[in-house]
Design a protein around this ligand. Structure first.
Ligand code: GDG
Length: 737
């Protein structure tokens, strides 16, 4: 993979440091922590060291919780510069044990009934994220790529962004992002804060396309931000969310299988197995891993296939994890009693069906077991990815196995040659075990090789580099947009042109430009400050101010009353000069309304929260208050229905604006109305500001020397963008200074 623009340094921020530090006489001794992320970044660090063309010129900086560690810079480590964050034990209990592991972990794994909501949890979570932020910003340098990991630090991206607005920040979630129906179980302020927090990053990565879509839906529902494909248009920048299925260091596992020490291990296991077949699994102790139902699945297999008894052994290794927590303790007891019960039920003098081990395996033992076993049985009830499945596949060398994999693991999306099962169904597990044991060597080989090819090519390095490259891309997209963003320099140029001009015309759209959107159109009334700005602009005899809107004439008249401005209503259907009456040069009859109104009414019934606005020359179907995804679906259907009528009647057209579909008599738009006004007089300063698709006609009608400004981040014909209505009002005030 080609790295386009190297960053100077990689900064990893995760709850855990990659090592446990044990105080010794010589100082601090580092012992490597187990876990997916550590393995991935260690592999990456090794590759940085080996490769001449490294993407990262400096040592990786890793920041994580380390309460009793010495100051940063004082810990010697060959791979990383370590920055420990001090989180007092009491706070950590609430932040890590509480909010992270009692609430987010179960909820995001769809174990809602296990999740505990306590008010002080969130406060502690916020406080701990602040402690991370305070420590890390002391060490950030320009050119750093900050990569924040996982569910303990969901608020951190935005916190760092507030302190270092230009920082390059990536965020990766290692666990599933659940569907909105689950996510919304969080109290509203917490879910808003989580989404805002994550959106502080430039790029947000998930293991699968499904998790990405769930996240985007939650963004839409909590913020209302526009999302196109995987790009989210927040109020001040674009953010990308995408799937980056984490890989493994394929070669490390693949080669290790033939290491002397591993070959020795395999010999040992082979001898103790004799002719028996081996089913193998290894997981951390966790309710998400489906340990109990796996045991029950194996029991069903033995029950239904007496012929296989005494010919097969299931070695279930459970790695100690979180076992001081009550839920985990209980689960461990239940596993142990189930193992006892099944062994009691089926064992003979010479055969025990289950070998249960509660321990951590050495790397050599792990690889040996991966390869020597005949069936890998990986059946989590939910799992972000599951690296064990990939490591298992990579380690197959001497004895090619069959892999049984849960459809609930993120890995199932890539390893579709595995026997994919529903982990809650004992019968399906039992059947899959039988199929796996009876699978022909040729079929095993074909399946394993296909999976190996895939995970060898999208390995942990490809994963990380893909993430870095995508970050670069979104950064340059942001920069391109920033070029169009009005900055003090551009504001100065426009202000100078304004001051010098003898006669000016300013076109100002209403909704979304002068006034922010409200729940219903009639609630979006102009506030005093904005009205004052418009009045001041209009009071300059050199100015011709035009309020140009899709709104009806009565509404506009009510807002601007006696202010000496020109009002353009219904996209140019009506025009009213200051002190004069409304005029219309459009001679469109609105016969089509009879055919269209019933259709729109049908869509109001079929899509809750939508409503119709009737104007002289148009009918508008507003969907701003509906469920956005559902409304999009209905919108597509509505377009089709209307297209059908358009084939027979050609006297109307469809115009789409911000969360509105408008059907109007054809042949007029804001651009034409503006062109007529511009042609009537000589102007040496023209400015047009608008916020949605209908304003694009206006921008295109403005001569090249004019200044066109789109409010919001969307791509546009306008020369410049401002982030929101407030920024536009500030600009207008600056002109008049
Ligand atoms: C989280 C997400 C996601 C396990 N036992 C031993 C051992 N391990 C190593 C494995 C593997 C890692 O630990 C476990 O990774 P998983 O992906 O299976 O699971 P989680 O720890 O829950 O990780 C998960 C992952 O983050 C990465 O994004 O895939 O969905 O929950 O590397 O090899 N290593 C050794 N002995 C053991 O006994 N040496």
């Amino acid at each position: 993979m080609i790295i386009k623009e190297p960053f100077d340094r990689l900064v990893i921020i995760a709850y855990r440091l990659p090592f446990k530090f044990v105080k010794s006489k010589e100082g601090f001794k580092a012992i490597q922590n187990a876990g997916g992320l550590v393995s991935a970044i260690l592999a990456l660090s090794e590759s940085f060291k080996k490769s001449k063309n490294t993407l990262v010129n400096n040592k990786i900086l890793w920041s994580g919780v380390g309460d009793h560690l010495p100051e940063p810079g004082k810990i010697e480590n060959e791979h990383f510069d370590i920055v420990p964050v001090r989180i007092p034990a009491r706070l950590n209990d609430q932040f890590y044990g509480g909010f992270s592991n009692d609430l987010i972990w179960p909820l995001f794994h769809y174990f809602s009934s296990y999740s505990v909501i306590k008010n002080n949890y969130f406060e502690a979570y916020k406080e701990a994220n602040i402690l991370f932020c305070q420590e890390i910003i002391k060490h950030i340098k320009p050119g750093d790529f900050i990569w924040i990991h996982d569910y303990q630090l969901l608020l951190l991206p935005e916190m760092i962004r507030q302190k270092i607005p230009d920082a390059t920040i990536g965020f990766f979630l290692h666990i599933p992002f659940p569907s909105y129906e689950i996510f919304r179980q969080l109290p509203r302020p917490w879910r808003d804060a989580i989404i805002q927090g994550m959106l502080g990053a430039d790029l947000i990565g998930f293991h699968t396309h499904d998790y990405t879509q769930h996240f985007i839906k939650s963004v839409k529902r909590t913020t209302g931000f526009e999302c196109r494909q995987n790009v989210i248009f927040t109020s001040n920048k674009v953010v990308k969310a995408d799937a980056f299925p984490i890989g493994i260091d394929f070669e490390k596992f693949h080669q290790a299988s033939y290491d002397k020490a591993v070959l020795k291990e395999k010999d040992k296991i082979r001898k103790s197995l004799g002719e028996q077949k081996l089913v193998f699994s290894v997981d951390r102790l966790d309710y998400t891993k489906g340990l109990l139902s796996r045991l029950l699945g194996f029991e069903t297999f033995l029950e239904k296939n007496p012929g296989w008894r005494s010919k097969v052994v299931f070695n279930m290794v459970v790695v100690p994890s979180r076992d001081s927590i009550e839920k985990y303790k209980e689960m461990k007891k239940e596993i142990e009693s189930t193992v006892g019960r099944i062994n009691g039920r089926f064992s003979t003098l010479s055969w025990r069906p289950l070998v249960y081990q509660y321990k951590t395996l050495s790397f050599n033992e792990l690889v040996a077991l991966y390869d020597i076993s005949d069936v890998g049985l990986i059946t989590p009830l939910r799992d972000g990815m599951n690296l064990v499945a990939k490591e298992f596949v990579a380690s197959q060398r001497e004895n090619l196995d069959a892999l049984i994999l849960s459809e609930m693991a993120g890995a199932a999306a890539e390893l579709n040659e595995a026997l994919i099962i529903n982990p809650a169904d004992n019968n399906e597990i039992a059947e899959a075990i039988l199929t796996a044991l009876e699978m022909s060597p040729l079929e095993k080989k074909t399946r394993i090789e296909r999976m190996q090819n895939r995970i060898a090519s999208y390995n942990v390095f490809t994963w990380a580099h893909d993430f870095f490259n995508q970050t670069n891309e979104i950064k340059s997209q942001q920069n391109m947009m920033r070029v169009k963003y009005i900055n003090p320099g551009i504001t100065g140029t426009i202000a100078m042109a304004y001051q010098k001009a003898g006669r000016r015309i300013l076109f100002l759209d209403y909704d979304g430009t002068l006034v922010a959107f409200a729940k219903y159109p009639e609630l979006a009334v102009i506030d005093k400050t904005t009205l004052k700005i418009v009045k001041k602009l209009a009071s300059d005899p050199r100015n011709h101010i035009v309020i140009i809107s899709g709104r009806g004439k009565e509404f506009l008249e009510k807002q601007f009353g006696t202010v000496p401005v020109t009002l353009v209503a219904e996209h140019g259907y009506f025009i009213k000069k200051a002190g004069e009456a409304w005029e219309s040069t459009i001679s469109a009859d609105a016969q089509w309304k009879e055919a269209v109104m019933p259709i729109l009414k049908e869509y109001v019934d079929r899509c809750n929260g939508t409503f119709i606005e009737e104007k002289t020359g148009s009918l508008a179907w507003h969907y701003r208050n509906a469920d956005m995804d559902f409304a999009q679906l209905r919108l597509n259907e509505l377009r089709d229905d209307l297209a059908e009528i358009i084939r027979h009647k050609t006297d109307f057209e469809i115009l789409e604006g911000h969360k509105v579909l408008e059907v109007k008599s054809g042949k007029y738009d804001k651009g034409q109305a503006a062109a007529v006004l511009i042609a009537k007089e000589y102007y040496d300063f023209i400015l047009a500001a608008g916020d949605d698709k209908t304003d694009e006609f206006l921008f295109q009608a403005i001569p090249d020397f004019g200044y066109t400004i789109r409010v919001g981040l969307s791509p546009s014909f306008a020369r410049y963008n401002v982030p929101d209505t407030d920024s536009l009002l500030t600009l207008l005030q600056t002109l008049m200074r």
